[in-house]
Design a protein around this ligand. Structure first.
Ligand SMILES: [Zn+2]
Length: 673
């Protein structure tokens, strides 16, 4: 099948329309014929052509009778008119039962919809007629299951069936060589996801990633894969379930080899990770001699060495998987034997002073360790799952918050604007973005450069992640009603100059924060919104009077983190058509793009470390006036852009043009526009 056909199919799928099927258009034609779907459509538009009767599927999907409508001599126009007319008439409107039947029409499924495919399967001699009949009977009793799926389950020739299904759906069939699969691509969406959803990212081809699925219509799986890979388009091919299983097994076997448990247990020195102030000395004495202790130590040590922010210990039915989040992306690092789950979890619970006997309730605690001479905290949380307890540890590394404002990735003008904001004596300044976008780091970096000897700087946080010198920090306790609002009210009685509120979540906290700002305090806080302008409308939406918002809020900084290109393997790359398009759309004069080739330094990912991208909204007099008029998000956003606000995407593209990150990262992290 030609590339043109695939592009068309992708486009149709993006639009939510079934792609025209070659075999629908020319039911009597040899399915191996070389004509493409595009030329078939061209033929349909030519009313003089004898092909005029053949109407692509998408134009007749609502009809009960799958036979092509009679359009002799009148071309496509009448077909559309006819469809429109049908939808108009009351009897043809979709009723609830019709909608249900859309999903399950056993008799029709067996006889009409799959007919073309059955014929194709018979013609290609992939299945014998009696087996096909059996499969159809099974299908009649299995709502929502396709004929190919049932045939595959019956143990029929997978390559043959998928080849025919692919041709029938206008896709390319591929037989997968497990040795050639890109581990890096699979790691990005995880083996588990591939196995559960029957898909595999295969390779990069030009600027697209080729993704195989076992079903031709897996639009949702493809969408998820696109999101996880951070690409806008993929090339979709059909593969066999057997190939997915083989590939996943091959990759998992490799990771077993990489991390041989016995070798680790023999290698790791107990002293490398030292647990500080452990009170359970009795249990500790027992546990110290155990290999599990060494294994857990090795795990923590690896995570810290790799610069991971989180450690996930995830049991499934048959396996135990350990993943590390590095630069915002999860990597599968180890697959210890499933039977080690209980001992690893118990060991971590002992270290975090949790109840090892309690396995039915979520618990959280903290471990203070010294790894390779550095002291750091791990915030531990366990939750029960059907396959055992899942543990996630966040690595709280004081070093990561001792970052100076200048090193976060601000452009010069944005940094100057931000400094102007935090140097003001009063008002509200907000940092906004999703969880993990680096908001806390920005706030801490800002607080730490304030003059704490001259000013009273206080914070209300949940949780207090890092202890800051010279700053009063309050930890909220919802259970004893020490909420953000209550803590903030108490703090304000202590005559602070600068207050940082971990997050504004509710009307009460917002009200107190605004009042504090209007009575001469500088208030820094965070919100969860997608961009800077919507923070303003969010405050109005949670019930703050627009004139108060307009009077109190001085600035909003929206931010995200993009991965930085690894400087050990950074090379110039060819500009793809997609990149040209994006650059042209954003009026960006940039002739060279860069990317990491992958090296041991960056775990072959091409990225090392992260970089902030920012959207700085400074609220001047004219914007204050418009806020007071309670604008809609879109209106307000347009106003901000007109006032010269650089959007997140524009800021990210600037950093791409400087060779600090890649287009994929920009598209992965920022919304369109
Ligand atoms: Zn590298």
């Amino acid at each position: 099948m030609s590339g043109r056909q695939n592009d068309l199919d992708n486009l149709m799928r993006e639009l939510g329309v079934d792609a025209p099927r070659t075999s629908d258009i020319h039911p009597e034609q040899d399915p191996g014929g070389s004509s493409t779907g595009l030329s078939d459509i061209d033929a349909d538009f030519d009313s003089d052509s004898p092909d005029a009767q053949r109407v692509p599927t998408m134009f007749r999907r609502n009809e009960a009778d799958p036979a092509p409508p009679d359009l002799t001599g009148s071309g496509l126009g009448e077909a559309i008119e006819r469809t429109a007319h049908q939808i108009d008439s009351a009897e043809d409107r979709i009723r609830p039962m019709d909608a249900v039947e859309e999903f399950w029409r056993p008799e029709e499924n067996a006889s009409s919809e799959s007919e073309d495919l059955s014929e194709a399967l018979l013609r290609d001699a992939v299945v014998a007629p009696d087996i096909l009949e059996t499969a159809k009977r099974v299908q009649a009793q299995s709502p929502g299951r396709g004929l190919p799926e049932i045939l595959l389950e019956m143990g029929m020739d997978q390559n043959g069936i998928q080849r025919t299904v692919a041709r029938h759906s206008g896709l390319t069939f591929e037989s997968v060589n497990p040795g050639l699969i890109s581990r890096e691509l699979v790691d990005r969406i995880s083996c588990e996801f591939c196995q559960q959803n029957g898909c595999l990212p295969l390779r990069e081809e030009g600027n697209r990633i080729v993704v195989g699925t076992i079903r031709p219509d897996d639009v949702f799986v493809l969408d998820q894969v696109k999101t996880m890979l951070g690409v806008v388009a993929v090339k979709h091919v059909l593969i066999t379930p057997a190939d997915v299983i083989t590939a996943v097994e091959t990759l998992s076997a490799d990771s077993h080899m990489d991390y041989d448990v016995q070798e680790i247990l023999a290698d790791v020195e107990e002293d490398d990770v030292e647990v500080i102030e452990n009170k359970n000395q009795d249990e500790e004495d027992d546990a110290q001699s155990s290999p599990v202790v060494r294994y857990v130590n090795h795990l923590i040590q690896t995570a810290v060495k790799e610069g991971a922010s989180d450690i996930h210990i995830e049991p499934s039915e048959k396996a135990l998987k350990i993943r590390l989040r590095i630069d915002g992306v999860l990597y599968e690092m180890m697959n210890p034997p499933r039977k080690m789950l209980a001992s690893i979890t118990s060991r971590l619970k002992i270290m975090a002073h949790l109840d090892i006997a309690e396995r039915r309730l979520p618990q959280d605690g903290r471990i203070r360790v010294t790894v390779m001479g550095r002291q750091l905290d791990l915030r531990v949380s366990t939750i029960p799952t059907p396959h055992g307890e899942k543990t996630v540890m966040r690595v709280l590394d004081n070093r990561s918050i001792r970052v100076a404002l200048d090193d976060l990735g601000f452009t010069e003008d944005t940094l100057a604007a931000w400094r102007r904001q935090i140097d003001r004596p009063h008002g509200v300044i907000l940092v906004t973005g999703p969880t993990g976008s680096g908001k806390t780091t920005t706030l801490y970096a800002s607080l730490q450069q304030m003059d704490t000897t001259r000013l009273n700087v206080s914070t209300v946080e949940d949780p207090v992640e890092y202890q800051l010198n010279g700053i009063t920090q309050i930890q909220t306790h919802e259970r004893i009603n020490l909420t953000f609002a209550a803590s903030l009210r108490a703090l304000l009685r202590q005559d602070p100059d600068i207050v940082m509120v971990g997050e504004i979540r509710d009307h009460e906290t917002a009200t107190i924060a605004i009042q504090a700002a209007l009575t001469g305090h500088l208030v820094l806080s965070t919100l969860h919104t997608n961009d800077a302008p919507s923070s303003i409308t969010r405050l109005i939406n949670i019930g703050i009077e627009p004139f108060l918002v307009s009077g109190a809020v001085n600035g909003v900084l929206a931010q995200r983190l993009v991965r930085r290109i690894c400087d050990q393997c950074r090379t110039e790359i060819e500009m793809s058509p997609e990149a040209h398009h994006v650059l042209a759309n954003h009026d960006l004069d940039c002739t060279t793009l860069w990317s990491g080739q992958g090296c041991p330094h960056c775990r072959e990912s091409g990225y090392s470390g992260r970089l902030g991208i920012y959207e700085m909204l400074e609220i001047g007099d004219s914007l204050r006036d418009s806020i007071a008029a309670s604008p809609s998000v879109t209106e307000f956003r347009n106003l901000c852009c007109a006032e010269g606000m650089r959007t997140l995407r524009d800021d990210a593209l600037l950093k791409m043009a400087e060779g600090r990150t890649t287009l994929q990262e920009v598209l992965r992290v920022t919304d369109g526009g």
